[in-house]
Design a protein around this ligand. Structure first.
Ligand code: GZL
Length: 306
């Protein structure tokens, strides 16, 4: 690998000597598109070669990509694991090849934390709790609240943790009832199809909690097709705060959004530079992010990067 050639012991390798392999989940949502754009721009700006692959949300494609990067002898491998489990074997292969691995966005459930040097991404349980806290305030005067939950990709860290955080907050109050919970796979079409089906069997729901904006935007289409007013007849609560979601929030079709920032590129470049220079890196870097009401979305939209 380029890291230990011509630069002498201890010196940081020149950016142009580095090659980083990145395996991306796919292109399933507005969030993912923004995340890809930001990572590619950050490596471009740093003058570091980034080999990039899109796994179309299939774990086997990510494993193939990581094996390919090992074969090519890249200096660092980074990836966003589409699901939490099933990574130990390929991560051990990277470790045996002395190639450091950085997790971005989503984590893995490997017990052996020596298989990666750092995990950079949001605290999804905290995001779920923020969503639950809003629901608790929004429905403070209600006696009963029926909820449809649109789950993210089955087995993914954000789906597992956002459900956990939300349940932690509302679970103690029996007035909240999740009448149906099903995956829409983080896509707009998935959110629409699942909402259409679940509304037929649960026409009187008060709230749809979608694990990302894209499924919430699909739910809006389904609610309108059913002749109801999204954000009014059925409230919608989502996570991400991508531009299309923020526009729906500004328009009153979504009622609250918990931000999940996709802008991880610069921090990933920093971690890569530290790793190849043999410097210590933080094993867990939590993304800074906030929440948006309708008024806050209206104010933020003009300057929104993604
Ligand atoms: C969260 C990310 C999720 C987004 C979705 O960090 O993994 O995947 O919330 C995206 O929009 O598809």
């Amino acid at each position: 690998s380029g890291a230990d050639s011509s630069t002498g012991a201890g010196d940081a390798p020149a950016p142009e000597d580095l090659i980083v392999g990145f395996s991306q989940v796919g292109a399933e949502s507005g969030w993912r598109a923004a995340n890809t754009k930001d990572i590619q721009a950050a490596f471009e700006d740093a003058g570091i070669e980034l080999k990039f692959s899109d796994a179309q949300q299939k774990q086997e494609n990510q494993i193939k990509a990581i094996r390919s990067y090992i074969q090519q002898g890249v200096d660092v491998i980074a990836f966003s694991p589409v699901v939490e489990s099933g990574w130990d074997t390929v991560l051990k292969e990277a470790k045996d090849a002395d190639i450091p691995v950085v997790l971005t966005d989503r984590s893995v459930d490997s017990a052996d934390t020596s298989l990666y040097v750092s995990f950079l991404g949001s605290d999804f349980v905290e995001e779920g709790k923020k969503a639950g806290n809003w629901a608790t305030e929004e429905f403070a005067d209600a006696d009963a609240v029926k909820i449809i939950q649109l789950e993210g990709t089955t087995g993914s860290a954000p789906a597992i943790d956002r459900a956990e955080g939300f349940a932690d907050v509302i679970g103690s109050d029996p007035k909240f009832e999740i009448v149906a919970s099903q995956t829409g796979d983080f896509t707009r079409s998935g959110g629409k199809q699942v909402t259409e089906a679940l509304l037929k069997s649960n026409p009187d729901v008060d709230l749809i909690y979608a694990h990302n904006d894209d499924m919430g935007l699909g739910a809006i289409e389904a609610i309108e097709a059913a002749g109801l007013k999204p954000g009014v007849d059925i409230k919608i609560l989502t996570i991400d705060a991508v531009k299309d979601g923020m526009q729906a929030l500004a328009d009153g079709k979504i009622n609250f959004i918990v931000e999940c920032s996709p802008l991880l590129g610069k921090q990933l470049v920093d971690i890569v530079n530290k790793v190849v220079a043999g410097e210590e890196v933080e094993t867990r870097i939590v993304t800074e992010e906030t929440t948006f009401t309708q008024e806050e979305a209206i104010a933020a939209l003009p300057d929104r990067q993604y």
